[in-house]
Design a protein. Structure first.
Length: 338
């Protein structure tokens, strides 16, 4: 008998999307699946929608928890999963109907701990899914997992992936982190040395909707990506994974630059400026002394950290459309107390 795959869905107020997501899993060509819906205290009719689907397919499991965030929901699903393999999918996204079959075949033939396909951002709920008859599955280095391809970085998402259960349980999603929790989980798993692979196919459709956490305005919760990478830098401080250490240090400062600029004129501005300085100062010597970070990056990033205005000027030179953003954003005078 084929191995069971547990597909974990965190659900919070997704009454308009969750049925489509679940059906994309139930319609998989691979049938030995359990669909674990973890309701994170939804206040809409998400539970009723799931309940109706559950009546006609016993592969669906419904778990309720008081609202604690997406990381807590994924962790609960992970701890409740019965499958030999684990997958995560967000409740407003969907998968190619051959996704599970392809990923299982790849992981079983090569004894990987994690296999990932590619994901595609879309505004459509009915992307065309051509029949997949052949594909390439190859070993993936950390460098390839964190390479930007068509705007996406495979290693920063827990979705579009299949994990061996024993590997998936070696880490948990960081509770209290609302942005950057996926990368935190994946990097902690990669640091265990598990063997990884990539299938060069689009298997996951990331649905972009209005009022999602991605498209909404800046808030303190978005700054939590900096907190996530601060946590990862601590975790990797003595690790032998030199690429991951360098990547996390470099990306930490990228999040600081981005968040400082986008917080201007918002209620989160003072908090972001204060925490950006604290965390940036904390890791500056490690960043300077890391031999795996390109010297050119260091020469750019250190002045950018010291001066937000210099960073913004450089962005405007590289992309003149940013001028409009800087001119039209709200402005709130901020005075930092050193």
């Amino acid at each position: 008998m084929s191995a069971m795959v547990s597909v974990i869905i965190p659900v919070y107020n997704l009454e308009d999307y969750i049925e489509h997501c679940i059906k994309s899993i139930l319609s998989q060509t691979y049938k030995n699946i359990e669909v674990i819906c973890v309701d994170d205290g939804s206040t809409d009719s998400s539970a009723q929608v799931i309940g109706e689907l559950l009546k006609s397919d016993s592969r669906i499991r419904y778990i309720y928890q008081e609202n604690a965030g997406v990381s807590a929901a994924r962790n609960k699903g992970l701890e409740s999963a019965r499958g030999e393999y684990i997958m995560f999918i967000d409740g407003d996204d969907y998968m190619h109907n051959q996704a599970v079959e392809i990923l299982v075949k790849c992981i079983e033939e090569n004894d990987y701990g994690m296999v990932s396909g590619h994901q595609k951002s879309t505004y459509e709920l009915d992307e065309e899914m051509p029949l997949i008859e052949s594909y390439d599955c190859h070993d993936a280095s950390h460098e390839e997992l964190f390479k930007t391809v068509n705007g996406n970085v495979i290693g920063k998402s827990s979705c579009a992936k299949l994990f061996k259960r024993e590997d998936a349980l070696k880490a948990r999603f960081p509770v209290g982190i609302a942005n950057g929790e996926d990368a935190n989980y994946i990097i902690r798993l990669l640091a265990t040395g598990m063997k990884t692979a990539i299938v060069d196919l689009t298997l996951y459709y990331y649905y972009t909707r209005e009022n999602s956490s991605v498209t909404s305005g800046f808030s303190e919760s978005k700054f939590s990506i900096t907190l996530s990478f601060d946590d990862l830098c601590e975790f990797l401080r003595d690790s032998e994974c030199s690429f991951l250490r360098a990547y996390c240090l470099q990306y930490l400062y990228q999040t600081i630059f981005y968040n400082r600029t986008n917080s201007i004129g918002t209620p989160a501005q003072k908090y972001v400026m204060r925490e950006s300085k604290r965390i940036g100062d904390k890791w500056l010597e490690d960043f300077k002394n890391n031999d795996d970070i390109d010297a050119k990056i260091k020469k750019l990033f250190i002045p950018f950290f010291k001066s937000r205005h210099l960073y913004e000027f450089a962005r405007m030179v590289k992309d003149p459309t940013m001028i409009i953003f800087y001119i039209t954003r709200p402005f709130k005078k901020f005075r930092r107390k050193d």
